[in-house]
Design a protein around this ligand. Structure first.
Ligand code: PHE
Length: 342
């Protein structure tokens, strides 16, 4: 019995095998235990010999099991140390940091440039009432301009007959809100998100505008032109910019002009101030008397200009990005490519 178990313990491959041996040998119904039970049937003389021998055997097997168990644990640890080593000389993995989105960056730049020219920042809600988005801006309910705006209407519950709210289609309602609360004179910009159902290479359903509004006693189109040229020079960091004022129509300005910026696309890079391309960047004009009236400002005393500048458009121009939709895809490879993420 002794030879059998001592040998088996020495050869056991793992802890499970050891445990099996323990049960077989010294467990309650193990071979050694059964032998010990037979002591009771022996003569006292036999028992005096067999008893101590069996006890010694039991102890010997137990300590062999314990020794083998710790040998196995040592071997397992050696194996782990051999395989799970760590190369502390490997270079660390850089942690990528988030960055400001190009549109936010451009909004901040625009705000800073206009701040230098004395424009404060005004804000309004993105969910706007019909009245602020349209009526107050001289766009009455049946006006065709309402269709042109591709408006998103907010759903109303059945039986709720209040006029619908809309996702503002432009930042112009902020003109009204600002004049209502601050009156004239004023000089503000209002950057923010606007929404229209439109989607192609240069349009996304959500985009960004900066509204500009300057009201005083004798503000003219000439002031508008200077402010915009000054802005473009600072924003595009060029000495010379060329703006093209195209006669246009907005219900809330009279006269109205759309403004294009001279630029060139060469080999995928963009230059502002040269070339034969024109990029439309904003709508503008002299604030319509009806708009001043709607906002509680007396058109007999006050006049001024307003403009609505497409932030995403000028961001595309500044960074030479041909497709506006990519701005809002959250594609890290794209953001990194243009240096907007690390
Ligand atoms: N709100 C006009 C638009 O979204 C732009 C604009 C603003 C035009 C102010 C004139 C004056 O197209």
């Amino acid at each position: 019995l002794r030879t059998k178990y001592i040998k088996a313990v020495a050869e056991a491959a793992d802890e499970a095998a050891l445990e099996e041996l323990r049960v077989q040998a010294v467990g309650k119904k193990g071979e050694v235990s059964l032998k010990m039970r037979e002591l009771g049937k022996m003569t006292p003389e036999q028992r005096q010999v067999a008893g101590p021998a069996l006890n010694a055997l039991k102890d010997e097997i137990n300590s062999a099991l314990a020794a083998k168990k710790s040998a196995l644990a040592d071997a397992a640890l050696d194996e782990r140390l051999r395989t799970e080593w760590l190369d502390v000389t490997l270079p660390g993995r850089g942690r990528r940091q988030g960055t400001i989105h190009p549109v936010s960056q451009v909004t901040e730049e625009v705000t800073a440039i206009f701040a230098d020219m004395g424009f404060a920042v005004a804000e309004g809600p993105q969910i706007e009432s019909d009245w602020y988005n349209f009526d107050a801006l001289n766009i009455p309910p049946e006006h065709p301009a309402r269709q042109e705006h591709d408006t998103f209407f907010m759903h109303r519950a059945e039986g709720d007959n209040r006029p619908p709210h809309v996702l503002r289609t432009h930042t112009s309602p902020v003109q009204i809100r600002h004049m209502q609360t601050h009156g004239a004179p004023c000089r503000v910009i209002a950057p923010g998100r606007v929404y229209r159902m439109d989607m192609d290479q240069t349009h996304t359903p959500m985009f960004h505008q900066v509204e500009g509004l300057a009201i005083d006693k004798d503000i003219s189109m000439a002031n508008l032109k200077w402010v915009l040229e000054e802005f473009c020079r600072a924003f595009f960091e060029v000495d010379k910019v060329e703006l093209r004022f195209r006669a246009s129509h907005f219900p809330f300005t009279e006269p109205s002009a759309e403004v294009d910026l001279r630029c060139s696309w060469k080999d995928g890079t963009l230059k502002v101030g040269e070339g034969d391309d024109w990029m439309e960047i904003l709508g503008s004009g002299m604030v319509h008397p009806k708009v001043l009236e709607a906002a509680g400002v007396d058109p007999a005393q006050w006049q001024g200009f307003a403009f609505g500048l497409g932030i995403d458009r000028i961001a595309m121009l500044k960074y030479g990005i041909p497709d506006l939709r990519a701005f809002f895809d959250s594609d890290l490879r794209w953001l990194r490519h243009y240096g907007f993420a690390s």
